[in-house]
Each structure stands twice: as structure tokens, then as C-alpha cells.
Design a protein around this ligand. Structure first.
Ligand code: SF4
Ligand code: SF4
Length: 354
């Protein structure tokens, strides 16, 4: 951990103005009575240190809809690409929660690494400074602790702010954060401020319910592909897709061409495994024909396939899917049910009787 600096409430407005010199400001703001990440005009709009927004910040790097390219048409030749839209605008994403910052690490593995990198995602990510704000007020649906994280986790952030009674202790985390931090000329935080910051986040960590969800989950899931528990879990689900759209980690998308006589545009938009059409094939066959198989996919993808393929869970415990599900399906209970089912099966396995 590097040196920590002090940002007082008196200097906050000027500091946010400095950030705006660096790039377009995106922060938690109130819009239509809802706290959300959005473009902000300046300090008077920014709401720091509150609970999680309903929607995550993933749209900053992976928008809900975007134009990938435009093309012209000459006779039957559609191959005249006229415009590829890569957004290189410098941005500052201020005030994300630690769980949202952490989610970017998984998105980086999907879109930003390996042989198939997404230039649209990578450009936005490379041009955005991420300033997270430690959580002082976790809610009853937060369970970042189940993933070894916590209210002061700096993973995925360039800078981490610790709220201290209206002031902030500032930790410069990444090389980019350390570089830009030089321009801020903030004074070093004194011992008292650092201790207070640590006490606030330690108290926040204590308010999280102790929860054990992930130990052995991949092994638990291994034998449950054909289990009846998925039907039981999915019984109430209305396939609205809200859980996946609000999730910071869900990253499925669809690409379509929107065509006019003179050409068209190739569009990308979020898609979701909870939708019946997601895996429907042109022949009419659907390999996931019911909501039980879609729920199984959601859980298997997050807790089995992603750990195996990219080394990370597809969940950071933000709790958004729990808060926003209209029928109150709770992924924590589903994981507990998975564990129970695996235990029951293990107990009933040959050689375990009596
Ligand atoms: S699955 Fe639910 S709790 Fe986990 S990251 Fe997604 S929205 Fe948050
Ligand atoms: S939000 Fe709830 S009802 Fe909607 S798809 Fe997700 S689990 Fe099903």
C-alpha cells in the first residue's frame, strides 16, 4: 500500500474540476429520483459514498447499444465500410463502489485479453481513469465478502477514496492513478485520518453478513447438470432479464445489421441468457428450451465455466440481481441450495450408506 493523501471537503469541488480537465466526468448522480452512473456537469451533481446504483457501471465500457461500424452498398456489394466508431474520449469514472471496480477485472479478461480483443471496449477502458469510493454503508443484499473482497477493496481501481466524515483519504493504486495523483498536489493524510478511514471501512465489513458461498462451488456444480433443482429454482422466474442487465459481470451481447437501401449499420446490444430467444436457432430448435435450463446456465456460467476459463467468478456480490428481481429470486439462496443438493447426493452415493 502506497502513501495516502487527504482531500478535504473544502477542496472537493476544485478537485472534481481538475478531474474534468483530465476527461469527461461520469459519476453517481440523481436522475429522475434514482441514483445512477451518468455524465456529470460537475461537483454539484456528484453523489459520493452512497449505496449501489440499480444499474452497474459496465455501460461505461460496454454500452447497452452501440454502433460498431457503418457500411455503404453498391449494387449487391455490402463490403464498403465507411465508418468504424471507436470512442477514444478521455474519461474519469468517479465514485464507483469497490465491487463495481472489481467487476472490470473480469470484463477485461473477456474483452481485453487473449487473441480476440474487442477494440471498442479496449479503447474506452484504456482512456478511463477509475476512481472508486470505499463503502461505508453496505446493505443487507451486499455479499462481496463471499468472494474474498470487502468495502475497501481497491482491485480494478486506479484510485480509491476512503470517506472520512465529509473528507476523503486518497490512495493512489495503479500506475495511472499515481501518475495523475502527482498533478493534484494533495497533502499527505495524517495518522488520525488514516486510522479513522480504516475504522469506518472495518465497521462496514463487520456489517456484512458472514456468508460462505463459493468454497467448493465448482465441484458442487459438477454433478448437478441434470438435477431437478433448476426446475425448482426457476419456477418463479418470469424471464424478464433484469438480473442480467443490471449485473456488472454479465456481458452477453447480440450483433445485428440495420439495413437501408444505401447501406447500413452494424449494431451491438446487450443480450441475456434469461431470455427464451437467446439460444433459439433459425431451425426453431432451442437447446435451452425452458427457464430451468436458462437458470442452470446462468449459475454454471458464473460459478463453473468462468472460473475454469478465465480464473474468476462471474459475480462480485453486488446484490443488484437480488434487489431488482421482481419475484425476489436470491442468488445467495440458490448457491446455498446447490451446496445442499451436492451434500445430499454425496451422502447418497454408493459406499456412503449406513
Ligand atoms: S450475479 Fe447478482 S450479485 Fe453477482 S455480480 Fe451479478 S448482479 Fe451482482
Ligand atoms: S430478474 Fe428475476 S424474474 Fe427476471 S429473469 Fe432474473 S431471476 Fe428471472
Amino acid at each position: 500500500m502506497g502513501e495516502k493523501y487527504l482531500l478535504t471537503k473544502d477542496n472537493l469541488t476544485a478537485w472534481i474540476s481538475q478531474l474534468q480537465q483530465h476527461g469527461r466526468l461520469i459519476a453517481p448522480v440523481m436522475r429522475a429520483d434514482e441514483l445512477r452512473y451518468d455524465y456529470a456537469d460537475g461537483a454539484r451533481e456528484v453523489v459520493l459514498g452512497q449505496h449501489n446504483t440499480r444499474r452497474s457501471a459496465k455501460w461505461v465500457f460496454f454500452p447497452q447499444h452501440e454502433v460498431l461500424l457503418r457500411y455503404g452498398k453498391r449494387l449487391d456489394d455490402y463490403s464498403q465500410i465507411t465508418d468504424t466508431v471507436i470512442d477514444n474520449t478521455p474519461q474519469v469514472l468517479l465514485g464507483v463502489t469497490p465491487c463495481d471496480a472489481r467487476s472490470f477485472v473480469m470484463l477485461d479478461r473477456i474483452f481485453g485479453q487473449g487473441t480476440c480483443q474487442d477494440p471498442y471496449y479496449c479503447a474506452r477502458r484504456a482512456n478511463t481513469l477509475v476512481i472508486a469510493c470505499a463503502c461505508a454503508h453496505p446493505t443487507s443484499t451486499c455479499f462481496c465478502n463471499a468472494f474474498g473482497s470487502g468495502p475497501a477493496d481497491s482491485t480494478g481501481a486506479d484510485v480509491l477514496l476512503y470517506p472520512v466524515d465529509g473528507d476523503y483519504v486518497v490512495e493512489l493504486v495503479s500506475d495511472a492513478g499515481k501518475q495523475i495523483g502527482l498533478d493534484w498536489h494533495l497533502p499527505l493524510a495524517n495518522e488520525a485520518a488514516i486510522e479513522r478511514a480504516e475504522a469506518i471501512t472495518a465497521a462496514a465489513a463487520e456489517r456484512l453478513q458472514p456468508i460462505e458461498l463459493t468454497a467448493g462451488i465448482e465441484q458442487d456444480l459438477a454433478g448437478l447438470f441434470e438435477s431437478g433443482l433448476w426446475r425448482e429454482v426457476a419456477e418463479k422466474c418470469i424471464a424478464c432479464g433484469t438480473c442480467t442487465y443490471n449485473c456488472p459481470e454479465c456481458h452477453c451481447f447480440n450483433i445485428v445489421d440495420s439495413e437501408l437501401a444505401s447501406g447500413g449499420a452494424r449494431l451491438r446490444g446487450w443480450d441475456a441468457c434469461m431470455f427464451p430467444q437467446f439460444t433459439a436457432q433459425a431451425s426453431g430448435y432451442n437447446p435451452r428450451p425452458d427457464q430451468a435450463s436458462r437458470w442452470r446456465q446462468r449459475v454454471m456460467h458464473k460459478f463453473s465455466y468462468l472460473p475454469a476459463n478465465v480464473g474468476l467468478f462471474g459475480c462480485v456480490g453486488c446484490g443488484r440481481c437480488i434487489v431488482s428481481c421482481p419475484v425476489r429470486l436470491d442468488i445467495r439462496q440458490v448457491l446455498q441450495r446447490v451446496h445442499q443438493e451436492a451434500l445430499t447426493r454425496a451422502a447418497a452415493a454408493p459406499g456412503k450408506e449406513g
